[in-house]
Ligand binder design. Structure first.
Ligand SMILES: [Ca+2]
Length: 369
Protein backbone atom coordinates (compact mmCIF):
# COMPACT_ATOMS: atom_id res chain seq x y z
CA UNK A 1 0.00 0.00 0.00
CA UNK A 2 1.20 3.48 -0.73
CA UNK A 3 1.08 6.30 1.74
CA UNK A 4 -1.85 7.72 -0.12
CA UNK A 5 -3.72 4.45 0.31
CA UNK A 6 -3.06 4.49 4.00
CA UNK A 7 -4.30 8.00 4.36
CA UNK A 8 -7.54 7.54 2.55
CA UNK A 9 -10.03 6.33 5.04
CA UNK A 10 -8.25 7.83 7.99
CA UNK A 11 -8.61 11.29 6.58
CA UNK A 12 -11.60 11.03 4.33
CA UNK A 13 -14.19 11.24 7.08
CA UNK A 14 -13.22 14.87 7.88
CA UNK A 15 -15.65 15.99 10.51
CA UNK A 16 -18.36 13.52 9.74
CA UNK A 17 -20.23 11.80 12.52
CA UNK A 18 -19.61 8.20 13.46
CA UNK A 19 -22.17 6.79 11.08
CA UNK A 20 -20.83 8.73 8.14
CA UNK A 21 -17.27 7.93 9.14
CA UNK A 22 -17.79 4.23 8.78
CA UNK A 23 -19.76 4.89 5.63
CA UNK A 24 -16.79 6.48 4.03
CA UNK A 25 -14.94 4.30 4.36
CA UNK A 26 -23.11 -23.56 2.09
CA UNK A 27 -24.02 -24.26 4.63
CA UNK A 28 -27.78 -24.41 4.19
CA UNK A 29 -29.41 -24.64 7.59
CA UNK A 30 -32.23 -26.87 6.47
CA UNK A 31 -33.39 -27.37 10.03
CA UNK A 32 -34.04 -23.70 10.58
CA UNK A 33 -35.66 -23.24 7.22
CA UNK A 34 -37.97 -26.19 7.77
CA UNK A 35 -39.16 -24.70 11.04
CA UNK A 36 -39.76 -21.36 9.36
CA UNK A 37 -41.52 -22.95 6.42
CA UNK A 38 -43.90 -24.74 8.73
CA UNK A 39 -45.15 -21.49 10.20
CA UNK A 40 -44.66 -18.95 7.39
CA UNK A 41 -45.88 -18.70 3.87
CA UNK A 42 -43.01 -18.61 1.45
CA UNK A 43 -42.36 -18.32 -2.25
CA UNK A 44 -39.37 -19.01 -4.46
CA UNK A 45 -38.02 -16.11 -6.47
CA UNK A 46 -36.65 -16.89 -9.94
CA UNK A 47 -33.10 -16.11 -8.81
CA UNK A 48 -33.37 -18.78 -6.13
CA UNK A 49 -34.08 -16.43 -3.25
CA UNK A 50 -36.47 -17.94 -0.68
CA UNK A 51 -39.10 -15.32 0.05
CA UNK A 52 -40.73 -15.49 3.46
CA UNK A 53 -44.04 -13.74 4.11
CA UNK A 54 -43.71 -11.28 6.95
CA UNK A 55 -47.23 -10.52 8.24
CA UNK A 56 -47.60 -6.77 8.70
CA UNK A 57 -48.20 -4.96 11.96
CA UNK A 58 -47.33 -2.03 14.18
CA UNK A 59 -44.14 -1.71 16.21
CA UNK A 60 -41.86 0.65 18.05
CA UNK A 61 -39.06 1.63 15.65
CA UNK A 62 -35.75 3.02 16.87
CA UNK A 63 -33.51 2.83 19.90
CA UNK A 64 -35.86 0.96 22.21
CA UNK A 65 -33.02 0.22 24.65
CA UNK A 66 -31.91 3.88 24.77
CA UNK A 67 -28.28 2.94 24.18
CA UNK A 68 -27.59 4.12 20.67
CA UNK A 69 -27.04 7.32 18.71
CA UNK A 70 -29.11 10.41 18.14
CA UNK A 71 -30.43 9.37 14.74
CA UNK A 72 -31.99 6.26 16.31
CA UNK A 73 -34.34 8.53 18.29
CA UNK A 74 -37.13 9.20 18.84
CA UNK A 75 -38.62 5.76 19.17
CA UNK A 76 -41.83 6.06 17.21
CA UNK A 77 -44.77 3.92 16.19
CA UNK A 78 -44.63 2.47 12.67
CA UNK A 79 -47.12 0.26 10.86
CA UNK A 80 -46.00 -1.82 7.90
CA UNK A 81 -48.11 -3.82 5.46
CA UNK A 82 -47.37 -7.51 4.91
CA UNK A 83 -44.43 -8.15 2.62
CA UNK A 84 -42.06 -10.86 1.47
CA UNK A 85 -38.44 -10.82 2.53
CA UNK A 86 -35.68 -13.14 1.35
CA UNK A 87 -34.42 -15.45 4.06
CA UNK A 88 -30.82 -14.72 3.11
CA UNK A 89 -28.52 -12.18 1.53
CA UNK A 90 -28.02 -12.53 -2.24
CA UNK A 91 -25.09 -14.89 -2.73
CA UNK A 92 -22.04 -14.69 -4.95
CA UNK A 93 -23.46 -17.55 -7.03
CA UNK A 94 -26.74 -15.70 -7.57
CA UNK A 95 -24.97 -12.49 -8.46
CA UNK A 96 -22.64 -14.36 -10.83
CA UNK A 97 -25.66 -15.60 -12.77
CA UNK A 98 -27.00 -12.04 -13.03
CA UNK A 99 -23.70 -10.75 -14.38
CA UNK A 100 -23.37 -13.72 -16.73
CA UNK A 101 -26.80 -13.22 -18.26
CA UNK A 102 -26.77 -9.43 -18.50
CA UNK A 103 -23.14 -8.34 -18.73
CA UNK A 104 -23.82 -5.93 -15.88
CA UNK A 105 -20.87 -4.01 -14.51
CA UNK A 106 -21.03 -2.94 -10.89
CA UNK A 107 -20.22 0.48 -9.49
CA UNK A 108 -16.90 -0.94 -8.29
CA UNK A 109 -16.01 -1.84 -11.88
CA UNK A 110 -15.96 1.77 -13.07
CA UNK A 111 -13.08 3.38 -14.98
CA UNK A 112 -9.60 3.16 -13.48
CA UNK A 113 -7.85 6.48 -13.15
CA UNK A 114 -5.92 6.45 -9.98
CA UNK A 115 -4.46 9.91 -10.47
CA UNK A 116 -7.85 11.56 -10.96
CA UNK A 117 -9.36 9.58 -8.12
CA UNK A 118 -6.54 10.49 -5.76
CA UNK A 119 -6.84 14.12 -6.74
CA UNK A 120 -10.51 14.15 -5.80
CA UNK A 121 -9.76 12.37 -2.56
CA UNK A 122 -7.08 14.93 -1.72
CA UNK A 123 -9.66 17.65 -2.25
CA UNK A 124 -11.96 15.70 -0.02
CA UNK A 125 -9.32 15.74 2.68
CA UNK A 126 -8.52 19.44 2.46
CA UNK A 127 -9.57 20.94 5.78
CA UNK A 128 -9.55 24.44 4.28
CA UNK A 129 -12.53 23.60 2.10
CA UNK A 130 -16.12 23.51 3.21
CA UNK A 131 -17.72 20.27 4.28
CA UNK A 132 -19.98 20.43 1.19
CA UNK A 133 -17.00 20.84 -1.13
CA UNK A 134 -15.18 17.95 0.44
CA UNK A 135 -18.20 15.68 0.30
CA UNK A 136 -18.76 16.61 -3.37
CA UNK A 137 -15.18 15.67 -4.16
CA UNK A 138 -15.51 12.37 -2.36
CA UNK A 139 -18.77 11.61 -4.16
CA UNK A 140 -17.07 12.35 -7.48
CA UNK A 141 -14.27 9.93 -6.62
CA UNK A 142 -16.86 7.16 -6.40
CA UNK A 143 -17.41 7.41 -10.17
CA UNK A 144 -14.13 5.59 -10.58
CA UNK A 145 -13.65 1.89 -9.96
CA UNK A 146 -12.70 0.16 -6.76
CA UNK A 147 -14.17 -0.74 -3.45
CA UNK A 148 -13.66 0.14 0.16
CA UNK A 149 -12.26 -2.68 2.23
CA UNK A 150 -12.17 -3.28 5.94
CA UNK A 151 -8.70 -3.83 7.31
CA UNK A 152 -9.29 -6.18 10.27
CA UNK A 153 -5.80 -5.58 11.64
CA UNK A 154 -6.14 -1.81 11.78
CA UNK A 155 -9.89 -1.95 12.22
CA UNK A 156 -10.54 0.77 9.68
CA UNK A 157 -11.62 1.14 6.09
CA UNK A 158 -9.21 1.58 3.22
CA UNK A 159 -9.74 1.65 -0.55
CA UNK A 160 -8.49 -0.59 -3.37
CA UNK A 161 -9.26 0.34 -6.96
CA UNK A 162 -9.03 -3.30 -8.09
CA UNK A 163 -11.61 -4.75 -5.73
CA UNK A 164 -15.12 -5.74 -6.75
CA UNK A 165 -17.70 -8.45 -5.98
CA UNK A 166 -15.59 -11.08 -7.78
CA UNK A 167 -12.21 -9.95 -6.47
CA UNK A 168 -11.93 -9.46 -2.75
CA UNK A 169 -9.19 -9.60 -0.16
CA UNK A 170 -10.70 -12.68 1.49
CA UNK A 171 -11.89 -15.99 0.08
CA UNK A 172 -15.48 -16.29 -1.06
CA UNK A 173 -17.39 -19.28 -2.49
CA UNK A 174 -20.68 -19.08 -4.37
CA UNK A 175 -22.40 -19.54 -1.00
CA UNK A 176 -21.02 -16.36 0.52
CA UNK A 177 -22.97 -13.08 0.30
CA UNK A 178 -22.17 -10.90 -2.70
CA UNK A 179 -20.49 -7.69 -1.47
CA UNK A 180 -18.76 -4.60 -2.84
CA UNK A 181 -22.21 -3.77 -4.16
CA UNK A 182 -23.79 -0.34 -4.33
CA UNK A 183 -27.48 0.51 -3.97
CA UNK A 184 -27.50 0.98 -7.76
CA UNK A 185 -26.18 -2.57 -8.16
CA UNK A 186 -28.78 -3.95 -5.77
CA UNK A 187 -31.65 -2.12 -7.53
CA UNK A 188 -30.40 -3.32 -10.92
CA UNK A 189 -30.31 -6.90 -9.64
CA UNK A 190 -33.85 -6.60 -8.25
CA UNK A 191 -35.11 -5.33 -11.62
CA UNK A 192 -33.45 -8.30 -13.34
CA UNK A 193 -35.23 -10.73 -11.02
CA UNK A 194 -38.55 -8.97 -11.73
CA UNK A 195 -37.91 -9.44 -15.43
CA UNK A 196 -37.28 -13.15 -14.97
CA UNK A 197 -40.78 -13.45 -13.51
CA UNK A 198 -42.49 -11.11 -15.95
CA UNK A 199 -43.06 -8.46 -13.29
CA UNK A 200 -42.75 -4.70 -13.83
CA UNK A 201 -39.45 -3.32 -12.48
CA UNK A 202 -39.56 -1.74 -9.03
CA UNK A 203 -36.91 0.86 -9.80
CA UNK A 204 -35.87 3.49 -12.23
CA UNK A 205 -32.24 2.99 -11.31
CA UNK A 206 -31.14 6.17 -13.07
CA UNK A 207 -33.36 8.41 -10.97
CA UNK A 208 -33.51 6.11 -7.98
CA UNK A 209 -37.31 6.33 -7.96
CA UNK A 210 -39.60 3.53 -6.88
CA UNK A 211 -42.09 2.46 -9.58
CA UNK A 212 -45.65 1.17 -9.30
CA UNK A 213 -47.18 -1.55 -11.48
CA UNK A 214 -47.78 0.96 -14.30
CA UNK A 215 -44.24 2.27 -14.23
CA UNK A 216 -45.10 5.54 -12.50
CA UNK A 217 -42.98 6.92 -9.69
CA UNK A 218 -44.49 6.20 -6.30
CA UNK A 219 -43.69 6.33 -2.62
CA UNK A 220 -46.45 3.84 -1.78
CA UNK A 221 -44.55 0.61 -1.28
CA UNK A 222 -47.76 -1.44 -1.47
CA UNK A 223 -48.21 -0.41 -5.11
CA UNK A 224 -44.87 -1.84 -6.20
CA UNK A 225 -45.11 -5.25 -7.87
CA UNK A 226 -41.54 -6.10 -8.75
CA UNK A 227 -38.73 -7.36 -6.57
CA UNK A 228 -37.09 -4.64 -4.54
CA UNK A 229 -35.15 -3.92 -1.40
CA UNK A 230 -37.00 -3.76 1.91
CA UNK A 231 -37.83 -0.30 3.21
CA UNK A 232 -35.90 0.72 6.28
CA UNK A 233 -39.05 0.22 8.37
CA UNK A 234 -39.76 -3.20 6.85
CA UNK A 235 -36.19 -4.24 7.49
CA UNK A 236 -36.37 -3.25 11.15
CA UNK A 237 -39.82 -4.83 11.61
CA UNK A 238 -38.50 -8.14 10.25
CA UNK A 239 -35.26 -7.86 12.22
CA UNK A 240 -37.47 -7.48 15.30
CA UNK A 241 -39.24 -10.73 14.37
CA UNK A 242 -42.43 -8.79 13.73
CA UNK A 243 -41.82 -5.85 16.01
CA UNK A 244 -40.49 -7.46 19.18
CA UNK A 245 -38.27 -5.46 21.55
CA UNK A 246 -35.02 -7.29 20.87
CA UNK A 247 -31.49 -6.06 20.40
CA UNK A 248 -30.13 -8.14 17.52
CA UNK A 249 -31.64 -9.39 14.27
CA UNK A 250 -30.98 -13.02 15.12
CA UNK A 251 -33.48 -12.79 17.96
CA UNK A 252 -30.99 -12.44 20.83
CA UNK A 253 -30.13 -9.66 23.25
CA UNK A 254 -26.49 -10.72 23.63
CA UNK A 255 -23.98 -10.68 20.78
CA UNK A 256 -21.96 -13.89 20.64
CA UNK A 257 -19.29 -14.84 18.13
CA UNK A 258 -20.92 -18.14 17.26
CA UNK A 259 -24.32 -16.58 16.59
CA UNK A 260 -23.55 -13.96 13.95
CA UNK A 261 -20.80 -12.76 11.61
CA UNK A 262 -19.41 -9.66 13.36
CA UNK A 263 -16.26 -8.64 15.20
CA UNK A 264 -16.64 -10.03 18.72
CA UNK A 265 -13.05 -9.15 19.53
CA UNK A 266 -13.59 -5.48 20.25
CA UNK A 267 -15.87 -3.35 22.37
CA UNK A 268 -16.87 -3.22 25.98
CA UNK A 269 -20.62 -3.60 25.95
CA UNK A 270 -22.85 -5.23 28.52
CA UNK A 271 -24.53 -7.06 25.63
CA UNK A 272 -21.32 -8.53 24.18
CA UNK A 273 -19.65 -11.83 24.89
CA UNK A 274 -16.14 -11.27 23.64
CA UNK A 275 -14.80 -13.78 21.10
CA UNK A 276 -12.62 -14.03 18.00
CA UNK A 277 -12.42 -11.44 15.27
CA UNK A 278 -13.83 -12.04 11.78
CA UNK A 279 -11.62 -11.61 8.74
CA UNK A 280 -14.26 -11.91 6.04
CA UNK A 281 -17.84 -12.89 5.31
CA UNK A 282 -19.40 -16.22 6.32
CA UNK A 283 -21.42 -18.45 3.98
CA UNK A 284 -25.06 -17.38 3.99
CA UNK A 285 -27.30 -19.36 6.38
CA UNK A 286 -24.30 -20.34 8.54
CA UNK A 287 -25.90 -19.06 11.70
CA UNK A 288 -29.26 -19.71 13.30
CA UNK A 289 -32.15 -17.72 11.78
CA UNK A 290 -34.45 -15.48 13.76
CA UNK A 291 -38.01 -16.51 14.58
CA UNK A 292 -39.20 -15.50 11.11
CA UNK A 293 -36.63 -17.80 9.50
CA UNK A 294 -34.39 -14.96 8.35
CA UNK A 295 -30.64 -15.57 8.33
CA UNK A 296 -27.84 -13.08 8.85
CA UNK A 297 -30.11 -10.16 9.64
CA UNK A 298 -27.46 -9.57 12.29
CA UNK A 299 -24.11 -9.18 10.62
CA UNK A 300 -22.36 -10.85 7.68
CA UNK A 301 -23.20 -8.56 4.73
CA UNK A 302 -24.33 -5.04 5.52
CA UNK A 303 -27.73 -4.63 3.88
CA UNK A 304 -28.92 -1.85 1.64
CA UNK A 305 -32.53 -0.89 2.13
CA UNK A 306 -34.71 0.88 -0.41
CA UNK A 307 -35.16 4.36 1.00
CA UNK A 308 -33.08 7.25 2.20
CA UNK A 309 -32.07 7.80 5.77
CA UNK A 310 -34.00 10.68 7.32
CA UNK A 311 -34.47 11.88 10.89
CA UNK A 312 -37.18 9.95 12.71
CA UNK A 313 -40.44 11.81 13.35
CA UNK A 314 -42.25 12.02 16.68
CA UNK A 315 -45.51 10.97 15.10
CA UNK A 316 -46.56 7.52 14.07
CA UNK A 317 -46.14 6.44 10.46
CA UNK A 318 -47.69 3.93 8.06
CA UNK A 319 -45.45 2.32 5.43
CA UNK A 320 -42.89 5.17 5.56
CA UNK A 321 -40.71 5.64 2.49
CA UNK A 322 -38.06 8.33 2.60
CA UNK A 323 -37.19 9.88 -0.75
CA UNK A 324 -34.92 12.68 0.43
CA UNK A 325 -31.60 12.47 2.17
CA UNK A 326 -27.88 12.37 1.74
CA UNK A 327 -27.76 8.60 1.37
CA UNK A 328 -29.68 5.37 1.38
CA UNK A 329 -29.87 3.53 4.65
CA UNK A 330 -27.66 0.52 5.32
CA UNK A 331 -28.65 -1.79 8.16
CA UNK A 332 -27.80 -4.83 10.24
CA UNK A 333 -24.11 -4.57 10.97
CA UNK A 334 -21.35 -6.32 9.09
CA UNK A 335 -18.67 -8.98 9.46
CA UNK A 336 -16.02 -6.42 10.41
CA UNK A 337 -18.19 -4.26 12.65
CA UNK A 338 -18.60 -4.50 16.41
CA UNK A 339 -21.58 -5.36 18.58
CA UNK A 340 -22.69 -1.72 18.70
CA UNK A 341 -23.02 -1.68 14.92
CA UNK A 342 -24.75 -5.06 15.04
CA UNK A 343 -27.74 -3.68 16.96
CA UNK A 344 -31.03 -3.63 15.04
CA UNK A 345 -31.54 0.07 15.75
CA UNK A 346 -28.16 1.18 14.30
CA UNK A 347 -28.45 3.20 11.10
CA UNK A 348 -25.91 4.18 8.47
CA UNK A 349 -26.30 6.10 5.26
CA UNK A 350 -24.42 5.92 2.01
CA UNK A 351 -24.49 7.49 -1.42
CA UNK A 352 -26.22 5.12 -3.83
CA UNK A 353 -23.02 4.28 -5.72
CA UNK A 354 -20.86 3.71 -2.65
CA UNK A 355 -19.67 0.22 -1.78
CA UNK A 356 -17.34 -1.73 0.46
CA UNK A 357 -16.42 -5.34 1.03
CA UNK A 358 -19.36 -5.71 3.39
CA UNK A 359 -22.13 -4.02 1.40
CA UNK A 360 -24.72 -6.48 0.07
CA UNK A 361 -28.49 -6.88 0.18
CA UNK A 362 -31.48 -9.19 0.29
CA UNK A 363 -34.64 -9.02 -1.83
CA UNK A 364 -38.10 -8.01 -0.75
CA UNK A 365 -41.46 -7.83 -2.49
CA UNK A 366 -44.78 -6.32 -1.61
CA UNK A 367 -47.45 -8.83 -0.64
CA UNK A 368 -50.62 -8.78 -2.68
CA UNK A 369 -53.76 -10.42 -1.44
CA1 LIG B 1 -26.74 -9.04 7.11
Amino acid sequence: MTNVDNRRFRLLPFDLNTAELVALSFVVCLGGFAVAAATQDRAAAPDGSRMILVPGGAFAMGDVFAEGEDDEQPVHQVTVASFYLADAEVSVGQFRRFVGETGYRTSAEGPLNRAAQDSLIRIGMNPELSREQRIAAYDASLEFGGCGWWDPDRRRFDFDEHLNWANLRFEQTDEHPAVCLSWDDAASYANWVSGLQGLPPAYDVESGMLLDAEGNATTDITKVRGYRLPTEAEWEFAAREGGRVVRFGNGTDVARWGDAAFDAGVGDYSYLERGPQRRGTAPIRSHSPNALGLFDVAGNAWEWVSDFLAPYPQDSQVNPYQTVGRGRAVRGGRWGGDAFELRIAKRFQWQSNNRCDASGFRLARSWKR
